[in-house]
Each structure stands twice: as C-alpha cells, then as structure tokens.
Design a protein around this ligand. Structure first.
Ligand code: FAD
Length: 452
C-alpha cells in the first residue's frame, strides 16, 4: 500500500490525539505547532487552566492508550456544589453513583501526555511553526517561526486543521472556498482566579466537586487541580451592572466578591492581583456550514465548531471528532469521501452540543437554586431509576454516554416537556400518580439504543 501521509496543523488537545490515533494505524503524520515545545519550555497556557473530562473524551483516550496516564492526575467531581448567597452549600450529584462522575484535568499536563503519546506512536512534531498561508493548488503550506519571522515551506497531501478557535487553516480555506462561517458572541466573558492549598497543605474546600456560585445573570465556578488548588472562573456579562464594564480592576472585583461571593473571599488571597493580571477571555460559538475542501483540507475541534464552555464538552467533542476522523480515513481510501463522511457524521452533532452548551449557561447561573427546577430534577432522577432504558437525563446522555449529541438533544427536549407537564401543579413528588406517570413514559419514550 502507498504511504498514507497527513499534515496536522496544531498540536493542542485534538491535534496531538489525532496524530496518535493515525500514527498508531501506520500513517506518516507531521504536526505543525505555532508554539514552542511545552515539554522543554513549560506550558504556555492561553485558555482555561483545567477542564472537565467526561466519558466521550475518556473513550477517545482509551482508543489512543492514554487514559490511565491522564486519570492518574485527574480529580473526581461527583456533582455540583452549589454555594448560595447566604453561605449554605448543597451537593447536587451528576449521576446515580461514583460510576457517573466527571474528572478535572490540567490542560497543560494533558497536552504533555498527548504530545509524548503522539511522538511514541511515530508522529513527527514540528514546534515554532505557525501556519502562515496555504497554496491549495500546488499543495504547499508555509509555516512561520515567530522567533525570527522565518518562513518554512512544506508540501502536503492533506491538511487537518486542529489549530483552535482562531484557526489559521480555516482563514486560508475561506480564501478559496465558502465555509459559511458565522460567529455569535455570547456577550459574557470570563476571568480566572486561584484558590491555593489550605495552610495545612490540603484542599481548602471539598475537592470532589465542581463548585458553583450561581447569581442569576452571572456566576463563579471552581474546579480542583491535583496540586490541591482550585481554578476559579468568574463569568460576567460584558455590559450592565455588574459586568466587565463596571468591574474594571482588583478593587471593584474585591467589592463584587464581598457582596456576592462572600464565602469565596477568604479562599482567594490574591483575588485583586489575579483579577488584574489574568486576561479576560471572550466566549463565542462558531458555526460553519462546511468543514472541508475535497481531499485537501478538513477542520475539527474548536477550529470547526468552537462552543461556550458551559457543558464542559468542547474538548470531549474534539476528541470524539478525532476518533471519528481516524475511523473514516481508515475505512475509506478515497480521502475526499472520508472527509465528507466525517463532516456528515459530526456537523449535526457539533450543532447539537453547541446549543446544549448555550442552554447550560442559563441552567448553571440561574436555575440550580430554583424550586421548579429542583422538583423537575427530582422527578428526572426517579424516572431514570424506574425506566433506566428509556429515561436517561440529558446531562447523563451527554456526559456519561456516547450517544450522538444530536440524539441527546432531541431526546432531552422530549424529556424536558414531560418533566414540566408531569410536575405542573405539584409541590412535591408525593402527590404524583405513578401508574399514570409510568404509562406516559412508556408511551412517549422508546428505549434508547445502547452504544457499542
Ligand atoms: C474557559 C474555558 C473552559 C473550558 N472548559 C472545558 C471543559 O471543562 N471541558 C471540555 O471538554 N472543554 C472545555 N473547554 C473547551 C476546550 O478548551 C476546547 O474545546 C479544546 O481546547 C479544543 O481543542 P483543540 O485542539 O481543537 O484546540 P486548542 O486546544 O485551542 O489547540 C489548538 C492548538 O493549535 C495551535 N495553533 C494555533 N494557531 C496555530 C497556527 N497558525 N499554526 C499552528 N498551530 C497553531 C495552538 O497553539 C494550540 O496548541 C473550555 C474552554 C474554555 C475557553
């Protein structure tokens, strides 16, 4: 068989994983990364410090043989620890037990593990090579070394864009093809702060939870790190009060926290410094109608479908993309057909998780402490126990299962309608007629397929 070659742009989370999956299957893989090798010069960061890893991402890591190493540094998060304004807290479990949890992983450590995996699988990594421009006719790409501005030209068979939300490959493709690009800004941004270890050296708050301080139009969250710190993310609108327009410096941030997140204030000793030194991150959803140019280029991960982070699925979805693309390339020798089949499978699913991520923002910041919502959630848990093959909460379908996102979305809508209908006029589950409830569930929800 002729040598199968592929050139990946970006050695972030998706690029490094895809390189591993393809190199393990005998492909000659070259990966070009704009930044320096983080294993030599330390991880440069840029985006969130830690991430929630769920079943879709873990499945992809298992495929690449990297799950054990990643899990060795992951911290379990059993549920949301809600911090109310009056200081009370409440742990809302994500799943039925500890088999249904999510994991906090450090982005930098994860990237290092994936780069090592890619290299040991045989992929060649080229650092300090940022994609500058592409000539799709002659199949040549030029990469810039930011240290001296030097340009390095290379020939390619096909390019894969794993270069993130600001993808340079996407920009180059748009010079020659209509990708139907549309970016919707959320109108809210984020800032990261840190909770250091306690004076005794342990975690200062419950480690096995994702902490949330929901406050209506805005919120804070905190995810644990294995070095016993937490990364706190403050999400605020860009306009209005409070917003990043009114909370402009460390003093303003301190005042906001003292008023709205009082129990977090003693935990974040460098609140003012963190607020002033750390960048404010923008949040947006990127929609494309087309992710590819015949057999010459295809996009995946954030380059194809960046989303807001409120379902903790951007990386999980990007990892699922990698497995799907590797499978299509393996099954189909016609590369253009493989790229087309990949897009056909993944685009509707990307759209579905983008929508669910947007909806989850409202749920996290505004609903987790609301009475109707809590009753619907209680019913959801009961129905999941009574009808485990038919009623799987949407969060669980997205997070603990690998059903296509589009199925989870559609099914989730149907289930939500049922929950609203069945709890209407009830203040507790005790007054429900369970025979009637079971009959409605059986009538409206077909058993869900079990994924392989
Ligand atoms: C605040 C926040 C919290 C998040 N939390 C979660 C979470 O809990 N769970 C989750 O699953 N997802 C989360 N995400 C989403 C997740 O970060 C992304 O979906 C994921 O990083 C996408 O991976 P990627 O490889 O496509 O892109 P990236 O991780 O952005 O990697 C792109 C790579 O390409 C390189 N690059 C860029 N330009 C060029 C160029 N011109 N040439 C060569 N290389 C280039 C970059 O240096 C980088 O290494 C979060 C995102 C944010 C912003």
């Amino acid at each position: 068989m002729a040598e199968r070659r592929i050139t990946i742009v970006g050695a972030g989370l998706a690029g490094a994983l895809l390189a591993t999956l393809l190199a393990q299957r005998g492909w000659k893989v070259d990966v070009y990364e704009k930044r320096g090798d983080p294993r030599v010069q330390g991880y440069g960061g840029g985006r969130s410090i830690n991430l929630a890893l769920a079943e879709r991402g873990r499945h992809a890591l298992r495929m690449a043989g990297g799950d054990d190493e990643v899990m060795a540094q992951a911290v379990m998060m059993r549920g949301r620890m809600v911090h109310f304004l009056d200081g009370r807290t409440d742990l809302q479990r994500y799943g039925k037990d500890d088999s249904e949890v999510i994991w906090s992983v450090h982005r930098g450590e994860l990237n290092l593990i994936l780069l090592d995996l890619a290299e040991s699988a045989g992929a060649t990594l080229h650092f300090q090579r940022g994609l500058a421009d592409v000539d799709f006719d002659s199949r040549t790409a030029r990469f810039r070394d930011d240290r001296d501005g030097g340009l390095h030209e290379t020939a390619f068979d096909s390019l894969v864009g794993a270069d993130g939300a600001g993808s340079a490959l996407r920009a180059a493709m748009m010079n020659v093809a209509d990708l139907g690009e549309r970016t919707e800004f959320l109108g809210h941004s984020y800032k990261e702060l840190e909770i250091p270890p306690s004076p005794e050296g342990g975690f200062s708050i419950e480690p096995n939870a994702l902490h949330i301080w929901p406050r209506g139009r805005y919120m804070c969250i905190a995810l644990p790190n294995d070095e016993q710190t937490f990364t706190v993310t403050l999400f605020l609108p860009n306009e209005g009060d409070p917003s990043f327009a009114t909370v402009r410096n460390g003093t303003d941030a301190q005042a906001l926290f003292e008023r709205d997140f009082a129990d977090a204030v003693p935990l974040i000793p460098n609140l003012q410094r963190d607020f002033e030194q750390n960048p404010t991150g923008l949040l947006a959803t990127l929609y494309l109608d087309n992710w590819r140019i015949d057999d010459r280029a295809v996009l995946l991960g954030d380059a194809a479908h960046a989303m807001v982070p409120f379902h903790g699925q951007g990386m999980n979805c990007a990892f699922e993309d990698c497995v799907a693309l590797a499978n299509h390339l393996e099954r189909n020798a016609d590369r253009a057909a493989a790229f087309a089949a990949f897009q056909e499978e993944r685009l509707p699913n990307a759209r579905a998780i983008q929508q669910m991520a947007l909806e989850n923002y409202l749920e996290m910041r505004d609903r987790v402490d609301d009475e109707d919502y809590l009753l619907q959630r209680a019913l959801e848990r009961t129905l999941a126990e009574r009808h485990p093959d038919r009623f799987v909460p949407r969060y669980a379908m997205v997070t603990f299962r690998r059903l296509p996102y589009a199925v989870a979305f559609e099914r989730g809508q149907l289930q939500r309608e049922l929950l609203v209908e069945l709890t209407r006029g009830h203040a507790s589950l005790d007054t429900l007629d369970w025979d009637a409830v079971d009959a409605v569930v059986r009538e409206r929800l077909k058993p869900l397929p079990v994924e392989a």
